[in-house]
Design a binder for this molecule. Structure first.
Ligand SMILES: Cc1ncc(COP(=O)(O)O)c(C=O)c1O
Length: 433
């Protein structure tokens, strides 16, 4: 065991999971590659869990942060005007498509979701919330309460009364083989039934990820949330789209993931990629919802001048370079390549994704059961070949990949080659143990 790993084990929580048999320490990065402490270079298909959205050592971001540092001001607090916040809020409000939108900045996705849940429960005078099975929304009591994944839920204590919906679980036996339309109809029927049976009085909101991150990039068929929204609108139930993983053009087909469903939500939450590694989260909501709270509020570090400098520079970079289009271009190359390889790889149960957010689900070829051990084997193989990827899914058997949106076509081909080769190696081991 390395010295650093031994020290980590001594003082860090056990549940802070590390990847790889021999965990790596990343000490440098440039473009879409990182270097570990042993000097080995990796192409990064996980981007610090979708957070290094435009790669490493980006001059535009570095210079914006350095300019802010040079003023001598790292923090002032929200009792003074903050130009960076206003500028970023204007951009996000415009991009959101939400009417009369207002923005509140936080430090994380968890805090963003807490804020959205507060706005919704306050506006509706209700503690009842709908959430999706297999979801992940963060690690505070409210966010854990709406999380539908036992591996990320230590207990059921919750300030909210939560009912969980179907919609991203068409792999379940009762839905298998259904067309998109039939699955959507079954889910809507279930939503109506939940409202008729489990809910008592008014429900505040539905919170949902357009593509479930921790859930293994499982997703509802396009159109499901529009069908849900018809039912919600009839009862005045608000809709919160958690865009922490799906925002800023990552899915290629939309700037915010929910837009693929033809839905404008009442609120969206965001974090991860916006600051390209600097801590920025937030909520964009209809102005009347945002303004409705009667008590004063602030987040001390939320939207501080340094993170705002980074976030403004990152968002400008995404827009100026049309990285949404790049996500479509490079993501299609990879997803098509994975789909082409899948039929000759019996360990691959599913290939799914949109743009630069794609996943491969690994199964036991004999039984079709989730195969987390094969995912762990794949992780070691791909690491050896110089590629970082993520793992997830309800059963830990899904390889999650989300490279920086700056990925080039050559890097896409390189990464695809490594993924397919590693899958072939693992498949061969299974075939001839
Ligand atoms: C969809 C989603 N929402 C919320 C969160 C929580 O964000 P944070 O870890 O910044 O609190 C995450 C984190 O992985 C996430 O994937």
């Amino acid at each position: 065991m390395s010295d650093l790993l031994a020290r980590h084990r001594a003082v860090m929580p056990n549940w802070l999971a590390l990847y790889y048999n021999e965990p790596i320490e990343i000490v440098g990065g440039k473009g879409n590659r990182v270097v570990d402490a042993s000097g080995k270079t990796y192409l990064d298909f996980f981007a610090g869990i979708l957070t290094n959205m435009i790669g490493y050592d980006v001059p535009e971001v570095r210079e914006a942060v350095e300019r802010q540092l040079a003023t001598g001001v790292v923090h002032t607090s929200t009792v003074y005007l903050l130009r960076g916040q206003v500028e970023l809020a204007e951009k996000i409000a415009r991009l959101s498509g939400i009417e009369d939108a207002k923005v509140f900045f936080t430090n994380s996705g968890t805090e963003a979701n807490e804020t959205a849940l507060l706005l919704a429960t306050y506006a509706r005078r209700s503690d009842q919330v709908l959430a999706m099975r297999q979801s992940y929304h963060g690690r505070s009591f409210g966010a854990v309460g709406v999380t539908g994944n036992r591996a990320w839920k230590n207990n059921s204590l919750s300030p909210l009364n939560v009912h969980f919906l179907h919609g991203a679980d068409r792999h379940l036996a009762q839905f298998r083989g259904m067309s998109d339309a039939d699955y959507i109809a079954a889910c809507v029927e279930d939503l109506r039934h939940v409202l008729a049976t489990a809910a008592g009085g008014d429900v505040a909101a539905l919170i949902a990820e357009p593509i479930q991150g921790v859930g293994g990039f499982t997703m509802a068929p396009d159109g499901l949330f529009a069908a849900y929204k018809e039912v919600l609108d009839a009862e005045g139930i608000l809709f919160i789209s958690d865009e922490v993983q799906t925002g800023w053009g990552r899915t290629g087909s939309a700037f915010f993931g929910i837009q693929d469903h033809g839905v404008t939500p009442d609120m969206m939450t965001f974090a991860k990629g916006l600051g390209n590694g600097f801590a920025v989260g937030g909520v964009v909501a209809r102005g009347e919802l945002m303004d409705a709270l009667h008590a004063t509020g602030l987040a001390t570090f939320g939207g501080n001048p340094v993170s705002m400098a980074a976030a403004n520079a990152t968002l400008d970079y995404v827009l100026d370079h049309d990285l949404q289009a790049n996500a479509t271009r490079t993501g299609t190359l990879i997803i098509d390549g994975l789909r082409e390889a899948a039929p000759r790889l019996p360990i691959v149960g599913d290939v799914r994704g949109k743009g630069l957010m794609f996943a491969v689900e690994l199964v036991d070829p004999a039984t079709g059961a989730p195969a987390p051990a094969l995912a762990a084997r794949f992780m070691e193989e791909s690491r050896k070949a110089g590629l970082l990827v993520g793992k997830g899914g309800l059963y830990g058997n899904v390889l999650r990949m989300a490279p920086p949106l700056t990925l080039t076509a050559e890097e896409a081909a390189e990464g695809l080659g490594i993924v397919v080769a590693a899958l072939e190696t693992v498949a061969a081991e299974v075939a001839a143990p």
